[in-house]
Design a protein. Sequence first.
Length: 173
Amino acid sequence: MSAAENDITLRPVTLADREMIFRWRNDPFIVAHGSWHRAIEREEHEKWFAETVRDEHRRMFVIQHESEPIGQIRFDRKQSECVISVYLMPPHTGRGWGTRAIRIGCEMIFQVWDVDRLIACVRLDNPVGRAAFLKAGFQESDAEQLCPPEHYSMVLRRLREGRNPEAPSAQGL
């Protein structure tokens, strides 16, 4: 692991992050790689963001490198499972930081929510995203029904007898 990977942290989003997340979400790179393939309107974002900050079944974090915001990671709980969504802004990709953020975020969620598995829906035309989830310990699964067509369904399962070895603790990374 490089020294730079040790500098990846996650912090919960706050209402003060609303404008930054809106700009990021509508960045052409994110639109091109996202599931919706469209920019969103400000009103739609403001409503969604306010709900996200309040929703007890959703956790969203800003990914930081050396205290600089570089992306976001979100977890949406659906009973005993949870869908994960993540992106880094273009200048920060290709350095392993996304994989690191996925590992840290998954470990955090397994500690605070009693969910059996985390599910990532990755577009078929996003090999970099697929690789990041595989490196973070996710496995492809055809059995998941939460992902839309044209997406890989990837799963990280919680081991009930102790800690999940596929999701190392934040201290051990």
